[in-house]
Design a protein around this ligand. Structure first.
Ligand code: SAH
Length: 294
């Protein structure tokens, strides 16, 4: 039973959740519950990038004359910043947010058609002819936009099929059912590469990004996942676990809602942060269809 509120709610059922998502189209529209074709993907991705650069200015690729005194200099930043995208669907956050700021991304998704589509998109970017996709119309289908740095092998994405209940960010291939499906870009053996640099699987992360997927975890599973994620942060002083989820209202009841259709919990912000000590900075994005906290 859900432990974070006085309400008696069922725990999410992993298999029911996966069955639901497997019945949805492997597209932006599918992972965004029918909001994939309007402005939401762009507003969401730009907001996320801005939020990350605000928290970790050293990730910004555009040199600035102004830098917080507390920000580490370029030389003290990790050589290849590395991010984890969990419950990653078809790779939307990886392609539209994380690859713009990180050199290496590990993408984790349990639903076979979703992770297969993410891998297909990554491989399509890796095998583009040289120079292709350099100019992209603003109204282009975001699913078709080449992934930043993958063709040039300056960035990489590694694809893992696993649920968050079993996944350990410190050892991505360790869970009995976790499957490492492939890698594209830097360090990949695919496309004639030599595989050099592809040995970073267990090397930890600078940022763990969780978006619109934590409702699939019961409270104890969520706390356990946060603890494993914290243990996998490369630099405990600057590493981040980012949570971007829909929330129940701060005022009144209910403080959590169980959705039978996808067997998930929508939580109240305080029940989300209780006992985990990970909520450092919060922003609210309110739109016609999104109310979230990062
Ligand atoms: N984060 C992505 C996808 C959101 S849709 C994005 O913002 O585009 C919700 C995702 O959670 C789906 O991809 C679904 O398959 C995934 N999911 C469902 N149950 C899960 C579980 N137990 N562990 C990890 N991910 C899960």
């Amino acid at each position: 039973m859900a432990a974070s509120t006085e309400q008696t709610l069922p725990d999410p059922d992993v298999e029911d959740g996966i069955k639901y998502w497997a019945s949805q189209p492997a597209s932006y529209d599918g992972v965004l519950g029918g909001f994939g074709n309007g402005t939401l993907p762009r507003v969401d991705a730009l907001g996320s990038r801005q939020f990350l650069q605000h928290l970790l200015p050293e990730l910004c690729t555009v040199p600035s004359a102004i830098r917080p005194l507390s920000a580490p200099s370029a030389t003290s930043a990790p050589r290849r910043p590395r991010a984890l995208d969990v419950g990653a669907g078809v790779g939307r956050v990886t392609s539209d947010v994380l690859l713009h700021l990180f050199a290496d991304v590990l993408l984790v998704e349990p639903v076979a058609p979703f992770v297969a589509e993410a891998l297909r998109r990554g491989r399509a970017s890796a095998s583009l002819p040289a120079g292709a996709g350099a100019s992209i119309a603003l109204d282009e289908n975001p699913m078709a936009v080449p992934w930043k740095g993958v063709r040039a092998r300056t960035t990489s994405v590694t694809f893992v099929q696993a649920t968050l209940q079993e996944f350990d960010p410190a050892r991505p291939s360790a869970a009995p059912k976790a499957r490492v499906l492939g890698r594209v870009g830097y360090g990949s053996a695919e496309g004639g590469g030599d595989g050099a640099g592809g040995d970073d699987l267990d090397s930890g992360f600078d940022v763990v990004w969780c978006q619109w997927c934590l409702g699939a975890l019961s409270d104890p599973d969520l706390v356990a996942f946060f603890k494993r994620s914290k243990a996998a942060l490369r630099d405990p002083a600057r590493g981040l676990i980012v949570v971007k989820e829909n929330l129940c209202s701060e005022t009144g009841e209910p403080r959590a809602v169980f959705d039978e259709s996808d067997s998930s919990l929508t939580r109240w912000v305080r029940s989300m942060s209780r006992g985990t000590q990970v909520l450092m900075v919060g922003t609210m994005q309110v739109g016609p269809c999104v109310e979230g906290v990062v």
